[in-house]
Design a protein around this ligand. Structure first.
Ligand code: NAP
Length: 173
């Protein structure tokens, strides 16, 4: 039985993440999905709460054919203890999938097997681009699974993003 771990901020969860998870699901028996930077919300780069992101991922993966867990993971001040922090909040896993150089390095140093997981059609599916479209009033709904559209509409996420980005003195998507 192989259980894998994949983490992202999912601000918001989009079809690029979705395709990566579908590919991972073909290779492993169970998957733990970490909602990274769980403490963050109401910022221009991180508008959605951990709870909203759990719902986005969980609802979008309703038909994923393998058992999976969706768990919020807060950041910690020290990168050197982050892997232990993750391990203390998740079911045991055997392999990590990531494309983030820091995540890859920290897990490899801790002795985990790590597989690289490039995003699907990166130039089309990007959290930064989706947030920019929301702020500018352009179409974004076609870039995320339908359950994600529902979560964002339920929490008035586009209006929230516009408000927090207008208030950010240091505007950076
Ligand atoms: P991230 O900060 O969510 O994403 C960084 C960038 O990589 C974003 O542009 C993201 O695009 C992109 N990306 C995400 N998945 C990708 C993939 N499979 N292929 C290519 N690009 C990809 O980083 P993350 O790796 O997705 O998530 C790592 C999480 O771990 C973060 O929440 C981070 O804070 C946390 N972490 C914490 C510590 C600590 O607390 N000390 C240490 C290490 C990592 P999108 O915007 O489109 O998603």
């Amino acid at each position: 039985m192989t259980r894998a771990f994949y983490i992202g901020r999912f601000q918001p969860y989009h079809f690029g993440h979705h395709a990566v998870i579908m590919r991972i699901a073909e290779e492993v028996d169970e998957l733990v999905i970490g909602i990274g930077s769980a403490q963050k919300s109401h910022e221009d780069t991180d508008p959605f709460t951990a709870g909203e992101r759990v719902l986005m991922v969980y609802n979008a993966l309703e038909h994923l054919p393998i058992r999976h867990y969706v768990l919020p993971i807060e950041d910690v001040r020290y990168n050197s203890i982050w892997v232990h922090h993750v391990a203390s909040r998740t079911p045991r896993f055997d392999v990590v999938y990531s494309n983030n150089p820091l995540v890859i390095q920290l897990f490899r140093e801790a002795g985990f097997s790590v597989k690289e997981s490039p995003l699907y059609v990166r130039e089309r599916y990007s959290g930064t681009e989706i947030r920019r479209r929301m702020i500018e009033g352009k179409k974004w709904e076609h870039l995320v699974p339908k359950p994600v559209v529902d979560v964002i509409k339920d929490c008035d996420g586009v209006e929230r993003l516009r408000n927090v980005s207008a208030n950010e003195s240091n505007f950076s998507l």
